[in-house]
Design a protein around this ligand. Structure first.
Ligand code: BDR
Ligand code: CA
Length: 307
C-alpha cells in the first residue's frame, strides 16, 4: 500500500478525490489536511469532515491548515463551488470536529513518523505544503512524491494562471523548487476529464447514497462551469491526482521544467511549462498531457459501486 496525505480545499472535485481514494485498497490515507482556497478554512474543513462522515472514513485525522496564503490576500471561489465551498447536496453537520493539531504540523509529524516514504496529494493552494517544507525541511527525504493539481499551459482564473497556483504563487514556487519528485495534473489534462451528462447518468444509475451525493455534486459543479466557462460538464480536476496513483497507465506525461511566476504585473501565479525544453533548465516535474478518458471514468464508476 501507498501512504498518502490529502491536502485539500473541498471543493466538489476535492470531495470526489477523497471518495475515490478511500475506495482504493492500495492507498492508505494517513490524514486529510485542509487549506483555504475554494472557500475559507472553516468551511473547507467542515466540508472535509462531512465527506468523511458520508463514506465512514472517521478514523482518518482531519487537520485544519492555513487560513491565508503565505504573502498575498486570500481570495475564494464561490462562483464555482458556491458559498459553502460544497454547494449542491444536503450533507448533515459533521459528527465530530477537526484535530487540535494544525494541518502543517500534522503533515510534518506524519511524514517523520512514517516508516515508509509518504506521497502528498495537494489539490488546493500549496500553502500548507510550502509551510511544512519551510518549518521542517528535513521531511523532504521521507516524501516519495508530490502529485498535485495545479497550473497548466493556460489559465482559468486569469488568462494564464490556474486557481490553485494563482491563490498562493509564493507557496507554489517553494514546492516546485523543493527538488521533491513532482507530478503535475494541470488544466491541459484535467479539462479532458469532463463529467458530462452521460457520466452523470451513469453515476446516478448506481444505487447507493455515496453515488447519489456524487451525482448531486457533479450537477452543481456542471452548472457553474456552464455559467462561467460555457463547458458541457465540469472537469473533475483534483480526482486525477488519485487516479494517477492508482492507474498511471491511463496517463501520458512529459518530463519538463516548470517555474512559477510570482512577480508579473499580469501573470502572477502562472506556471511556465517548458514543454519543448527551450530554457535548458533541469526537469523538475512530470506534466500530465493526455488522459485515457474512458479508463478514468471506469475507475471512478467502479469505485462508486463499492460503496
Ligand atoms: C482547482 O481549483 C478548484 O476550483 C478545484 O477544486 C481545483 O482544485 C481547479 O483550478
Ligand atoms: Ca481543489
Amino acid at each position: 500500500t501507498r501512504k498518502i496525505i490529502m491536502d485539500c480545499d473541498p471543493g466538489h472535485d476535492d470531495a470526489i478525490a477523497i471518495i475515490l481514494a478511500a475506495a482504493q485498497p492500495q492507498l492508505e490515507i494517513l490524514a486529510i489536511t485542509t487549506v483555504s482556497g475554494n472557500a475559507e478554512i472553516e468551511k473547507t474543513t467542515q466540508n472535509a469532515l462531512k465527506v468523511c462522515d458520508l463514506i465512514s472514513l472517521n478514523k482518518v485525522i482531519v487537520s485544519k491548515g492555513a487560513s491565508e496564503p503565505m504573502v498575498r490576500l486570500r481570495e475564494t471561489a464561490p462562483g464555482i463551488h458556491g458559498d459553502s465551498g460544497l454547494d449542491g447536496p444536503e450533507l448533515p453537520e459533521p459528527s465530530h470536529s477537526w484535530s487540535e493539531e494544525h494541518g502543517v504540523d500534522t503533515i510534518i509529524r506524519l511524514v517523520k513518523e512514517s516508516a515508509e516514504p509518504v506521497t502528498l496529494l495537494p489539490t488546493g493552494p500549496l500553502t500548507n505544503i510550502a509551510l511544512a517544507l519551510t518549518k521542517a525541511p528535513e521531511i523532504k527525504s521521507n516524501i516519495e512524491e508530490i502529485v498535485l493539481m495545479g497550473g497548466g499551459t493556460f489559465g482559468n482564473w486569469t488568462p494564464t494562471a490556474e486557481f490553485n497556483i494563482w491563490a498562493d504563487p509564493e507557496a507554489a514556487r517553494k514546492v516546485f523548487e523543493s527538488g521533491i519528485p513532482t507530478v503535475v495534473m494541470g488544466l491541459d489534462i484535467t479539462h479532458q476529464a469532463l463529467a458530462t451528462k452521460e457520466v452523470i447518468a451513469e453515476v446516478n444509475g448506481i444505487d447507493n447514497r455515496v453515488a447519489k451525493i456524487v451525482g448531486e455534486l457533479l450537477v452543481f459543479f456542471a452548472s457553474t462551469y456552464k455559467e462561467m466557462f460555457d463547458f458541457d460538464g465540469a472537469p473533475v480536476h483534483d480526482v486525477l491526482t488519485v487516479a494517477y496513483l492508482v492507474a498511471p497507465e491511463l496517463f501520458k506525461t512529459k518530463d519538463v521544467n516548470i517555474v512559477v511566476e510570482t512577480k508579473g504585473e499580469y501573470t502572477a501565479g502562472t506556471t511556465l511549462v517548458d514543454l519543448h525544453g527551450v530554457t535548458g533548465r533541469a526537469v523538475n516535474a512530470k506534466f500530465g498531457l493526455e488522459l485515457d478518458v474512458d479508463g478514468f471514468w471506469k475507475l471512478m464508476i467502479d469505485a462508486l459501486k463499492t460503496y
